[in-house]
Design a protein around this ligand. Structure first.
Ligand code: MN
Length: 703
């Protein structure tokens, strides 16, 4: 285990301005907080955060990050609180530790690929300070290094799978290839133990059989380049077992067929040297087709730069060679962390405040400079996630919601039944109102009762389509039940008023006559009074209610017929748009008010359209429909006798003024609203044309 002074020395080594006292306080605090806790291998628990901090010193991270690493499990695993951390170590460290704690609370649902994808996005979204993510990755790496101490094989496999699916891709995403490779190797060993063993054994056999081929090829390469005057540092390695396994899977080939298991790295002083070295290598050995990549002129999205080539070295052995400068190399190994360390070095000046920004800026830049359509798509998806939040069930299941979503949205997102039965919610262990807006990382527990039903009030704070639709559906159904109940009472009343006792099957016949689907629909129509009593009587017992039917019709009924309406249903021509025959019309069924007939473009409809429960009726005028009251606005010159002229023109067109109102008057014009009875739309159009042709009239519009 790293000692306190060793850790501090390491940090001071690369950052002489580091806050030594901060690190010492963090060390002591964490040591006391974890107290007698033990790791699975019997080591004191405290060895874990210290090793995590040690991993991060390899990345030359700042003192706050190192302190965060030392403290990263204190909130989660000990009695320490965020407030305590804040008062002792400042707001910045407290925020970082809190961030890591939130990430740690997540239990991956690794069975589902989508959940893993969500979780990766979530981790990125939560890590608005990238240092949080780095501490989490180092934490995971150390847990993987000590994974074999965990006795339960299922637990080991679960952690390994999680690492493979979530943390290794994340490390790759931010360019930390060393982290990625080590995580993959350790996870691979757990997940595919047989494949791992056989691949590592084959690699060992190859080494024995061929002598030290890597050393031989490596020194040949170095000699070749130095003869051309290029000073080179060569390192060779076998590819790591998991990447070999992946290649075997992808290409459906055996280990023997895999020809390029050796990879070399040539580190040369400058960018020009990279291209010169490439030329020298290609002149010496034939290049394997399709394997050359120039990531210097076109870096990968995560900033990776290097030249890649594969050459056929000897005996059909392909060798991969990467050529890069020391800067490119550091970046490739430790991604953004290295990038940052390099920036930090010159003059040793403290760049802490802007450091954080450049970190984020770097990440954003990487995300912005997408190199392929897939990458762009992925980036777009990332941007989409900006309007999302992620919350968790008590079991750790990840629930994705739009920003601004409330506890009731969460309940419906988990399950419609849960939403319907919600009586309360706990967010992070505290009971909160259902209208509480959730935040990223909240853990939400929904309290439910079978006796509960969705409430009207929920509509005011539910935000997701799923929740709103479910609540409305439920409220509509409840309303319908209520109406059917009421309708049944009224129906019994109607039946009692019939002149004779009803025969069997009379109700079914009435339904046919009224063209209604079923009994509840009839009861509902009776309750809403869209069906007059007399019409029901008539349908139940023909001849019994005939007189009432005529009485129930609206006054215009004699002149108007509208197809698409059940006979006897009351309707009104709407006051807002004054439809006349020839207008395209639509019916809006209102509870307790019959059907309103509107022109299809009536502005008054827009409110009703938005209401989800609008009950539309498809209507058309009957062949013989005639007569209606249209409303027109007429602007006339302000001169004596103007109204008389209007009356004459309207009368001349055989139309009838029903109502006239003076709306506005100034020195030159006055505007009148006139309700005029016309036969149909063509009649109205002729009248309007006639009015417009009159000198006195300035303008005419139908309202
Ligand atoms: Mn930990």
């Amino acid at each position: 285990m790293l000692r306190q002074y060793e850790l501090v020395d390491r940090v001071l080594d690369y950052d002489p301005d580091a806050d030594e006292a901060l690190l010492n306080r963090a060390y002591v605090f964490s040591l006391h907080a974890h107290g007698g806790q033990k790791r699975a291998n019997g080591d004191p628990y405290f060895s874990h955060p210290i090793e995590v901090a040690g991993i991060l010193t390899d990345l030359h991270l700042d003192d706050e990050t190192i302190a965060t690493a030392i403290l990263h499990d204190t909130i989660e695993d000990t009695v320490a609180t965020r407030e305590e951390i804040e008062s002792r170590f400042g707001a910045s460290v407290a925020r970082l530790v809190d961030g890591v704690t939130k990430l740690s609370k997540i239990e991956a649902q690794t069975e589902s690929e989508r959940a893993a994808e969500n979780l990766r996005k979530f981790l990125l979204a939560m890590s608005d300070d990238i240092r949080v993510l780095l501490v989490k990755l180092a934490d995971r790496l150390h847990n993987m290094r000590t994974l074999h101490f965990i006795p339960k094989p299922e637990k080991r496999r679960r952690i390994a799978a999680e690492t493979m699916e979530i943390y290794a891709p994340l490390a790759e995403r931010i360019g930390m290839y060393e982290f990625m490779k080590e995580m993959q190797t350790l996870a691979f060993e757990q997940i595919e133990p047989e494949a791992y063993t056989s691949i590592t054994r084959r690699l060992a056999q190859l080494k024995e059989g061929g002598g030290d081929r890597i050393a031989k090829i490596g020194s040949g390469l170095k000699l070749l380049l130095s003869r051309s005057g290029i000073e080179t540092e060569i390192s060779g390695r076998e590819k790591h077992p998991f990447s070999i396994w992946k290649k075997m899977q992808e290409r459906h080939i055996s280990f023997e067929q895999l020809s390029d298991i050796m990879a070399f790295r040539a580190i040369v002083p400058t960018e020009e040297d990279c291209y010169r070295a490439l030329g020298v290598i290609h002149r010496r050995w034939p290049m394997a087709p399709g394997r050359f990549k120039d990531y210097i002129s076109t870096p990968k999205r995560n900033g990776y730069r290097s030249l890649h080539t594969s050459v056929i070295h000897a005996e059909n052995t392909r060798v991969e060679i990467q050529i890069r400068t020391p800067e490119m190399h550091a970046e490739a190994e430790f991604g953004l962390a290295a990038h940052w360390a390099y920036k930090q070095k010159p003059g040793g000046l403290s760049v802490r405040p802007e450091t954080q920004h450049s970190w984020i800026a770097d990440l954003v830049e990487i995300l912005d400079t997408a190199a392929s359509p897939e990458e762009l798509l992925e980036h777009t998806r990332m941007a989409m996630y900006q309007d999302r939040i992620f919350a968790f069930t008590p079991k750790g299941e990840l629930i994705q919601l739009p920003k601004g979503a409330t506890a009731i949205d969460f309940a419906y997102a988990v399950h419609t039944d849960l939403g319907d039965q919600t009586v309360g919610a706990k967010v992070n262990g505290r009971v909160v109102p259902l209208k509480t807006v959730l935040e990223n990382g909240d853990q939400v527990q929904i309290l439910k009762s079978k006796a509960q039903a969705p409430q009207q009030a929920w509509l005011t704070f539910a935000t997701t389509g799923k929740a709103l639709a479910a609540i409305r559906r439920h409220l509509r159904a409840a309303e319908r039940d209520e109406q059917v109940k009421l309708g049944r009472k009224l129906y019994d009343d109607i039946v009692a008023r019939l002149p004779a006792t009803l025969g069997a099957g009379a109700l079914d016949q009435a339904l046919v006559r009224l063209k209604l689907a079923d009994e509840p629909t009839l009861m509902q129509a009776i309750a809403r009074r869209t069906l007059p009593d007399a019409a029901v009587m008539e349908a139940l017992m023909p001849g019994s209610g005939g007189a009432d039917v005529a009485r129930a019709m609206p006054p215009q009924a004699g002149a108007i017929s509208i197809t698409g309406l059940t006979p006897g249903v009351a309707f009104d021509l709407a006051d807002c748009c004054h439809p006349v025959p020839g207008d395209r019309i639509v019916g809006l069924r209102r509870p307790d008010a019959g059907i309103e007939v509107h022109t299809i473009d009536c502005e008054g409809l827009s409110d009703a359209e938005r209401a989800d429960d609008a009950d539309w009726v498809d209507l058309a005028w009957g062949d013989k429909a005639e007569g209606g009251v249209a409303r027109v606005s007429v602007e006339v010159k302000n001169e004596p006798g103007a109204l008389g002229v209007l009356a004459t023109v309207i009368g001349g067109h055989k139309a009838n003024i029903i109502n006239l109102r003076l709306d506005a008057r100034d020195s030159a014009f006055h505007t009148n609203t006139i309700d005029v009875e016309v036969r149909d739309v063509p009649h109205l159009m002729r009248l309007i044309a006639g009015l417009r042709a009159t000198d006195t009239v300035n303008a005419v519009t139908r309202v």
